[in-house]
Design a protein. Structure first.
Length: 82
């Protein structure tokens, strides 16, 4: 049996009810439903970062490194505002 740990999170009550309903339909516990969905989202939606994509030399990137740096700075500012 796999070791498990406890995790406490805060979610919207409507989301909890949706997850409970799905767990009942799948005849599994709420914990199993959430675990399966988290694992699924992590394995099927992994995308490499734009900056780390291997671009061949004959293809010009759409953004320069200076432009990427400016975008990162803007994103950091917008996260701090939230």
């Amino acid at each position: 049996m796999t070791d498990t740990v406890s995790l406490t999170i805060k979610i919207d009550p409507a989301l909890k009810e949706t997850l409970k309903t799905l767990a009942l339909e799948n005849q599994i516990s709420l914990s199993q439903e959430v675990t399966q969905r988290l694992q699924s989202s992590l394995t099927t939606h992994q995308h490499p970062a734009v900056d780390s994509q291997d671009l061949s030399e004959d293809v010009d990137p759409q953004l320069t490194s200076a432009e990427l740096k400016q975008i990162r700075a803007l994103l950091k500012k917008s996260k701090k505002k939230k």
